[in-house]
Write a protein that binds this ligand. Sequence first.
Ligand SMILES: [Zn+2]
Length: 116
Amino acid sequence: MAGRKTKVKAQTKAKIEKTPKKEGRCEDKKCPAHAGISLRGRSFTGEIIRKNGRTVKVEWPRFRYFPKYERYAKLASGVLAHLPECMQEFEVGQKVKVTECRPLSKMKHFVVVGKE
Ligand SMILES: [Zn+2]
């Protein structure tokens, strides 16, 4: 088990070293501002609740009425969205605007276009 743990650690380190750091240029092929991803469809404003590299989960609140209890429950809607290289300053907890675009991956059909 100890050997396996070491291997995982080594892989993570290699990945970090390989990642190129380009200053001032956005080379993201899925960036709406620099790569010409066309935007169409729905648009939402929400809060980033999870960030993993160039993917973010954006959620916004909604209310659903439950007749049995005669009360509203606070629920959340959300989408996975692409966070382009040039917008990596957005962190968990910040409010952003997402707009629908072509499918960018299996789960991502939205892209972050800017601040709220
Ligand atoms: Zn960009």
